[in-house]
Design a protein around this ligand. Structure first.
Ligand code: NAD
Length: 394
């Protein structure tokens, strides 16, 4: 099969196995180049381990600290006729690299919101690891099936209180036009909290604790984004922001329930960058294109793996972690400086279709987007006929 990108709107419906493997190797090399990282995790469960921040969390644990990792994700396997999803190929590549480096790695492809996923995780932990000392919660999903009632909830990306009109870049046509997003109903807000809030994170930790597979002094972290004025109406102060606020509530609950183990739960605030999830959020592609331009110019640009390296070394395993007033690790500090935000805000109103490539780093954004699916790597011959099938144990 000759595999070229098939982009539909904000998603790419196929992926290149060799390109994805190269991306995984690049992140591994970055983390190895930062060694030694000092004291860190030994046995790690990552929920949402195949792409974006979860994959970088797994790579950092394994190749930065030599940790054993158990990863959960929801990905499309490859067949003779269709490529697998990027996360499927990433995970295949991660397992191959881990095995070559003699690192324990096991992966489960299935619905992490289900009770069955928790049961499977507990069984594998008991059998192979004994206990886990770090649980990373990095799910991003548009829907969730409630494990008790079987009801499906869908999240919405909408403002709260009033509709919102803002300039938006259509990444298919490169047209820039005002876009209006209607205000969310109470039901849409509640459903978004149900999908992306803290309930499932709590269910995971409860199940692990009840099964006695959490180590003394274990840590758990879930990821959020806060942003600033430009993105607040569609993110921070919108339906998704409400769901993320619920993570703060859940972190408090989990902290109480882990107190007898000396355990610790935190939310980590990470920066905006191109992932499959962020490219689906209105406004974000243009915001990120401008942000990349500004941060690359000032030399503070970071991708998933650089963020995760800092989260482990300056947050989770630091003796003086950078926490905010509600106990969240702040890794978005470089994005939110006054200097960066004021430059982004100054560029925002000036951007037009004509100057898009000059005033923003849309070129970089688009290259990063294609890279998520294994495309655009100059070392790979995309005209070559290859098999979409890869060797996997999950
Ligand atoms: P992503 O789309 O790259 O990764 C999502 C992961 O969740 C994948 O591994 C996917 O397989 C898994 N997943 C989705 N549904 C699942 C299910 N039902 N069962 C098992 N696995 C499932 O997203 P991301 O951008 O890396 O987001 C991860 C977290 O980081 C989210 O909480 C997100 O809000 C947060 N975050 C993202 C950004 C950003 O700019 N991308 C910024 C800050 C915080």
């Amino acid at each position: 099969m000759i595999i070229k990108p098939k982009v539909r709107g904000f998603i790419c419906t196929n992926a290149h196995p060799e390109g994805c493997a190269a991306n995984v190797r690049e992140q591994i090399e970055y983390i190895k180049s930062q060694a030694p990282l000092g004291e860190g995790p030994k046995n790690v469960l990552i929920v949402g381990a195949s792409t974006g921040y979860g994959l970088a969390s797994r790579i950092t644990a394994a190749f930065g600290y030599g940790a054993k990792t158990l990863g959960f994700f929801f990905e499309k396997p490859a067949s003779e006729k269709r490529t697998g999803s990027a996360g499927f190929y990433n995970s295949a590549a991660f397992e191959a690299e881990a095995s070559a480096a003699n690192l324990y790695a096991k992966s489960i492809n299935g619905d992490a919101f289900s009770n069955e996923a928790k049961r499977q995780a507990i069984e594998i932990i008991k059998q192979d690891l004994g206990k886990v000392d770090l649980v990373i919660y990095s799910l991003a999903s548009p829907r969730r099936i409630d494990p008790e009632t079987g009801e499906t909830f869908s999240s919405a990306l909408k403002p709260i209180g009033q509709s919102y009109t803002e300039k938006n870049l259509n990444t298919d046509t490169l047209k820039i036009a005002d876009m209006t997003v209607e205000t969310a109903s109470d039901e849409e807000i509640a459903n978004t909290v149900k999908v992306m809030g803290g309930e499932d994170w709590e269910l995971w930790i409860d199940a692990l604790k009840q099964a006695d597979v959490l180590e003394q002094n274990c840590k758990t972290v879930a990821y959020t984004y806060i942003g600033d004025k430009l993105t607040w109406p569609i993110y921070g102060k919108a339906t998704i922001g409400k769901a993320k606020e619920d993570l703060d509530r859940a972190a408090n609950e989990i902290n109480q329930s882990l107190s007898d183990l000396g355990g610790q739960a935190n939310v980590a605030v990470l920066k905006a960058l191109v992932t499959q999830s962020s490219s689906a959020i209105p406004i974000m592609p243009l915001y990120i294109s401008i942000l990349y331009k500004v941060m690359k110019e000032e030399g503070s640009h970071e991708g998933c793996i650089e963020q995760l390296h800092r989260l482990y070394t300056e947050g989770l395993y630091s003796e003086a972690p950078r926490l905010d007033d509600i106990n969240r690790f702040r890794m978005d500090n470089r994005e939110l400086t006054e200097a960066v935000q004021s430059k982004v805000e100054a560029i925002w109103p000036q951007v037009t279709e004509e100057n898009l490539f000059e005033l923003t780093d849309y070129k970089g954004y688009n290259a990063e987007f294609l890279k998520l699916f294994g495309f655009g790597n100059s070392d790979i011959d995309y005209d070559q006929d290859i098999s979409p099938l890869v060797d996997v144990k999950f």
